[in-house]
Design a binder for this molecule. Structure first.
Ligand code: TXA
Ligand code: MG
Length: 309
């Protein structure tokens, strides 16, 4: 286990770190150094170079990297520090190398709220790219031990920030032209609309967040979603009171016994891993309501089940 100072020093040397955030554990590298950023793709085993999120300590630091209009600033003021990523035109291409942006003239930026992430970013002073610290296609790590088992062999420093409180990656909102909700997360569509007004329809393929693979967040066992009556050979991820799962004698992990979406989000990836550890024929997941944070949970579940093309 490493200290904040170890992490700052490792970033300076162009090494990777485990960056604890409130959403998921990140695999961090300095954003201005293509050699450092290339190590991220190598460690994740990513099939292609997707654009990465640049993490900074403050809105001021963000404005040195990207161009913020009034809408972007209003969203940053409402939700930063916190689980919201803003896609804006890039201002300084030296601070965020081409590889980190996948050659785009826009950049995704967020200010995380986890106190250790903030301490690392304040101490390092530059932007840090950080995708989730899992190997490509697997569930994101939301516990320190999971980050270590996924990519521990690739990092120069690994900071233990405890269990991630949100448990799902940040919401991604684009401010290139009309405001678009590219990736659902803990900051809901309705919360974004409350700040910037009604959002443009984001259903068209061209406006999807680039690099979102169809089979993603996937454990080794096949995943079935919206299952009311689980078969005996599965591990069942329940939601709400378990007596709804009639005649099921197998292993049940309850995402939230009281039916709370925030609790289910925080447990989701860890429970997918835990279910997988039983090596079941399949993992079955109970229906989860799709309102509010449920949009993000169902988005990740559909990808874990391989349903999103
Ligand atoms: O919660 C999070 O966001 C975590 C933690 C570690 O901060 N990070 C994370 O990073 O989820 P990653 O690389 O898995 O997700 C980056 C997302 C992708 O959906 C990507 O397509 C989008 O941000 N993105 C990045 N740059 C973009 C750009 N210029 N335009 C549109 N989408 C962009
Ligand atoms: Mg990821």
């Amino acid at each position: 286990m490493s200290t904040v100072a170890d992490a700052i020093a490792a970033l300076g040397r162009g090494e990777l770190i485990h960056l604890p955030t409130e959403t998921v554990y990140g695999l961090g590298a300095r954003a201005d150094d293509p050699t450092a950023v290339a190590k991220v793709f190598e460690a994740k085993g990513r099939p292609r170079f997707n654009p990465l999120i640049v993490h900074v300590a403050s809105l001021e630091a963000a404005e040195a990297i990207g161009v913020f209009d009034d809408r972007a600033r209003a969203l940053a003021q409402a939700f930063w520090p916190g689980p919201l990523t803003l896609v804006v035109p890039v201002r300084d291409t030296q601070k965020v190398c081409d590889l980190a942006r996948a050659g785009l003239d826009s950049v995704a930026i967020r200010v995380p709220s986890h106190p250790l992430a903030r301490a690392i970013l304040e101490g390092f002073a530059g932007g840090v790219v950080a995708p989730s610290a899992n190997r490509s296609g697997r569930p994101s790590p939301t516990r320190f031990a999971d980050a270590l088992s996924e990519t521990g062999g690739f990092v120069g420093a690994s900071v233990d920030g405890g269990d991630c409180q949100v448990g799902l990656e940040s919401s991604v909102v684009s401010l290139l032209g009309e405001v678009r909700y590219l990736r659902p997360g803990a900051v809901t569509r309705a919360e974004v609309e409350a700040v910037v007004g009604p959002l443009a329809d984001d259903a068209t393929e061209g406006h999807r967040s680039p690099g979102r693979l169809s089979l993603h967040y996937a454990p080794d066992a096949p995943v079935d979603i919206n299952v009311q009556n689980p078969p005996g050979d599965c591990v069942y991820l329940a939601f709400g009171p378990v007596d709804k799962a009639v005649n099921f004698a197998g292993i049940i992990l309850n995402l939230s016994p009281t039916g709370k979406l925030s609790e289910a989000a925080a447990n989701l990836f860890a429970y997918l891993r835990e279910a997988d550890a039983h090596k079941p024929a399949r993992i079955c997941v109970a229906p989860i309501p799709s309102d509010g944070l449920g949009e993000a949970i169902n988005d990740r579940l559909k990808r874990a089940a391989g349903f999103v093309g």
